[in-house]
Write a protein that binds this ligand. Structure first.
Ligand code: HSE
Length: 303
């Protein structure tokens, strides 16, 4: 019997992780998007949304999962379309790879539903093109961990290496700030050229972070969260950034930085709730939510 419908989950992720701008990504447990995708006789993509779906377009050309499905119709020369129900579990616009997870879920679901022989690198590219439709550029540091779980290093041409992530405790504080076209804005703050000394520092921390993953050392991982290239520029779009980061470190965090394009901050440490509360307090008049997580090593899967 031909399968007509599939339900999948794809986890949230944190991109950059401090020193690895556009290169590192880590999948998070629990928070994720659920997509139910059904073949439909009309050659079109129809989207319905539920959950944390504020400000997410249902126009398939403007929705990351919609773009993946439209591209799949062309790529596979399909004479039918898809109906997709997206249950958003990842708040959009907070730096947790929300659009990337929907794109990853859609790409993974299509591969399974249509029984396609797509290699993993192509799958990353398909998902990244979907995310590009909403984020403005096809970086793959969110879609890769959402697809495969774990800690992912993604390089030019979607070449990637995936590791199982160690049991790192992470706390994410999501401020109640909303920016239109947030990723575009966050990228527009960045300089074209960077200082060599700062680049060398980031290479050092990025190398330590990769070592921490292969050694399975959560403390070294936390201490590798340091970014001299991107954070100083993006800090400007996050009120109280300096105070929040200092509060995390004073409360015992090993490291703290901006989650993806922000405005959330994440920290790694032991007493995650105390660290999160100290960060929350330092956001002052801006309310925020605390989310505590471990890495997700499973990635996108069928439900
Ligand atoms: N690496 C990307 C950035 C992730 O920081 O702009 C945001 O989606």
């Amino acid at each position: 019997m031909t399968v007509k419908q599939i339900k999948v989950f794809a986890p949230a992720s944190i991109a950059n992780l401090g020193p690895g701008f556009d290169v590192f990504g880590l999948a998070l447990n629990e928070l994720g998007d659920i997509l139910n995708i059904e073949k439909s006789s009309k050659k079109e993509v129809k989207i319905s949304l539920s959950g944390l779906s504020n400000n997410i377009p249902i126009d398939p050309t403007k929705n990351s999962a919609g773009v993946v499905l439209l591209n799949m119709i062309k790529r596979e020369k399909l004479d039918y379309g898809f109906k997709v129900e997206i249950k958003k579990g990842i708040p959009p616009g907070k730096g947790l790879g929300s659009s990337g997870a929907s794109a990853a879920a859609a790409a993974f679901a299509c591969k399974e539903l249509l029984d396609l022989q797509i290699d993993n690198k192509d799958l990353v590219e398909i998902a990244a093109q979907g995310e590009a439709a909403v984020a403005g550029s096809a970086h793959a540091d969110n879609v890769s961990p959402s697809l495969f779980g774990g800690f992912v290093i993604v390089c030019e041409n979607y070449d990637f290496i995936r590791f199982d992530a160690p049991e790192v405790g992470l706390v994410i504080v999501m401020p109640d700030l909303f920016y239109e076209n947030k990723t575009k804005l966050a990228r527009s703050l960045l300089p074209e050229k960077v200082d060599l000394k700062d680049a060398v520092k980031n290479i050092g921390y990025a190398s330590k972070m990769v070592a921490s993953i292969s050694l399975g050392d959560p403390v070294l991982f936390g201490r590798s969260i340091c970014d001299n290239l991107i954070e100083p520029h993006r800090a400007k779009m996050i009120p109280h950034f300096k105070e929040v980061k200092k509060a995390a470190l004073d409360a015992g965090a090993y490291g703290c930085s901006i989650a993806g394009g922000g405005p959330s901050l994440f920290a790694v440490g032991n007493d995650l709730l105390s660290i999160g509360k100290a960060m929350q307090e330092s956001f002052g008049e801006i309310s925020s939510e605390i989310y505590i997580s471990k890495p997700n090593n499973r990635g996108a899967h069928k439900l």
